[in-house]
Structure formats: C-alpha cells, structure tokens
Ligand binder design. Structure first.
Ligand code: GRF
Length: 203
C-alpha cells in the first residue's frame, strides 16, 4: 500500500510508522511526507530516510479552501491508498475529508470521545481522571469525532503533571499508530456504513 503522511511538527509518530515500513512490519511504503510548516522536523526525518518530503505552506494561500484544494492535488499526485495525519495542525475542509473518506487516519492525545480539541493532558488532569490515553480514528467532518480504530490507556499517577503525562501518552501513540496502519495495509480494517470493521467484525 502507498501511504502519504501529513505533519506540522516533530514527526515522532511519522518516525514510528516510517520505521515499521522500513523493517517490514507495515506492508506498505510512505510515498511522501507533506508539511504545511517549513520548520517541521518531520521533513528532515523523511529526507534522512530517503522519503520524498514536500512543503505546502498554508500562508501562501488566500483561504482554507484554496489551500486544501492544492493539498488534495499534491497528495493525489502520490496516489495514496491511505492518508495519515500525524500532528497536522490544520482544520480540514469538508471537501478534503470527503475526498479521502475511509482512507484518512488521525491520532488524538485523549481517550475520545473525551477531550476533543487542544490541551487534552491538562484537561484530563484538571478533571481528576484516573486514566488517560490516545486514540487512532478515521477522520470525518466532525473534528476529532470520527469512528474509533484503536485506543491505548495509561493510569494517571499521583505527581503527574502535563509534561509527564504527555510523554507517556506520546510513547503509547508510537505503539498504536503503526499498528492501525499495519491493519489497514493488510486490508483487515475498513470503514463501513455501520462503523469500523476489523477482521470482518464491527468494532
Ligand atoms: C501528537 O501528540 C498527536 O497526538 C497530535 O499531534 C502530536 C504529534 O506529535 N495529533 P509528533 O509530531 O508525531 O511528535
């Protein structure tokens, strides 16, 4: 399978997926990495691995619609089976989301449907939650609201702060994101009208 990864920053999730495509755990190849920010370290990670790294700077576009139209064109030039959002800090237009229906993943640092949006670690701490985690989901038009694929949990410990929690959740992200990509590349995972199917069963 061909994968295009969209990033805006460090790209540690990109790295986790990239490593598994290189060592064969993921039956697929990253055809391109696209960043909307010139300073994203993930672009360097891609280049170091010999993967195509492209910049599409949203600041060069008048509005979200024109940026997303150019983004679709750029993504599609690599003919991906799967598009992976890995810390891509842009709200997507409904047109883009619809265009990649059933083949667009995101990872979010909370146990969705809890804590959509930003500052998830701080919000889990402030709520006094016993546990926290991360979620891989299919992207739909509702922000952080698409059907869930896989979650990983960690207990919130006495003495945890935003940083310690964020670090632990990030480690979990690096486990479940490649796993979801593996499933998709092995054609074990799909989005149906009823929800997410894994190995022929509704999740
Ligand atoms: C992660 O926390 C992810 O959950 C969120 O953006 C961050 C990306 O981190 N969507 P990285 O760039 O993969 O290190």
């Amino acid at each position: 399978k061909r994968i295009v990864v969209l990033i805006s920053g460090s790209g540690s999730n990109l790295q986790a997926i990239l490593d598994q495509t290189l060592d064969g755990q993921i039956n697929g190849k990253i055809a391109a990495v696209i960043s909307n920010r010139p300073d994203a370290f993930g672009l360097t990670r891609a280049e170091q691995a010999g993967v195509v790294a492209r910049l599409l700077d949203h600041k060069a576009f008048a509005d979200r619609e024109s940026f997303d139209a150019a983004l679709i064109e750029l993504i599609d030039s690599y003919q991906p089976d799967l598009v992976v959002l890995a810390g891509f800090m842009r709200i997507l237009t409904p047109e883009l989301v619809r265009h990649y229906h059933g083949r667009l993943f995101n990872i979010h640092p909370s146990l969705l449907p809890k804590y959509k949006g930003l500052h998830t670690h701080q919000r889990a701490l402030e709520a006094g939650d016993a546990e926290h985690g991360c979620t891989v989901h299919f992207v739909t038009e509702e922000l952080d609201g698409g059907p869930l694929i896989v979650q990983a949990k960690t207990d919130i410990l006495t003495g945890d702060d935003e940083q310690s929690l964020q670090q632990r959740v990030h480690q979990l992200e690096h486990q479940i994101y490649p796993l979801a990509v593996q499933w998709f590349c092995e054609e074990r995972l799909s989005l149906s009208g009823d929800g997410v199917m894994l190995d022929g069963e509704l999740l």
